[in-house]
Design a protein around this ligand. Sequence first.
Ligand code: PMP
Length: 380
Amino acid sequence: MHVGPVNILDRVLYAGLKNNVGFTSQEFVEAFQFSLKKTRELFQVDNTYQPFLIPGGGTSAMESVTSLLKEGEKVLVVTNGVFGDRWVNIFRKYPIKVNVLSTEPGYYVEPETIEKEVKKDKYTLVTFTHVETSTGVRQPIKDSVKAVRDYVDLVVVDGVSSVGAEEVKAKDWGVDVYLTASQKALGVPPGLGILVLSERAMERLKDEKSIAGYYLDLRNWLPVMNSMENGKASYFSTPPVHTILMLSEALKIIIDEEGLESRIKRHEKVASAIRAGIEGMGLEIVAKKPEAYSNTVTGVILKKTNAGNVLSEIVSEGVELAPGVHPKLQGKYFRIGHMGWVTENDAIVTIASIERVLSKLGEDIRLGEGIKATQLYLAK
Ligand code: PMP
């Protein structure tokens, strides 16, 4: 129950267990081609959007956004945690101007606040984090994009902890770059950054000038994407071949077998069951408003126990949780990741184990009330 990498289906892992697949092999090209097509469905976009699969993960996908920016341009980063702040750390390495709108952990930045800011100044690009993994807070992304769409050239959303588990409609919402990574709700090992770019974003790639470096300049990756989508091998830099074979299998399950809508509903149900359990045992969730609860990550605030002790104890119960990483709440909370292939029974095991461990550590909880609330929710 970590926040990624998450547990992986055997079927997905086996798809990558190949000892003789090179980047020009037919099998790999077909897996790449299939993954590119399914990536469009994943982000709910049509052929006007260009998908990219690049090595790395969330951070490489984020940094590749510099391909769309020119020296001196101004960007606005909307952040409520560690991964929103990562945009600031990335952009500050480049010759552009960066402004930041942030809020306290547990809250999202209100769309009205964002709208006021973009009306005040000329921003080329605005970034959002759909689900802030450090706290589990979900930004109301549709309304946030709406608030800025008329005032900025490019809207970028980090969907690393949302894509595959939350509703994502990149085209309908008018998002220019939506990105994710392989190791989260897609339930694939780490190694891949996954993005879709709108026509408006692609237009910017036609301009040879940008602040991007070499490896993460999407101009270098575009010919590979085009060629692979047409069923022909192409090289810029060696792709993570085996991760792409696994991604292809995962996307087959996600889109063609489980169905995106059912997958999102499953995440919503497991997440709600876990939150019912946490509240049932008498603990507080980091996200302050129910509309900020996410389908993928729940932060749990402890009253007196050190979070590190909970994490080390609970491993012996067979459950791995994630530490709280927001600097303002360090040691005071832990995170439950509920994404990928999670089931209702995972919710049961997680809540039951948390209750036992917290009770042993002397935390002030209502032992048994958490698991009861989870059961009642699931049986509803
Ligand atoms: N954005 C978000 C919301 C994340 O959760 C993460 C990873 N936890 C990243 C970006 C960075 O991804 P990676 O670790 O794959 O570089």
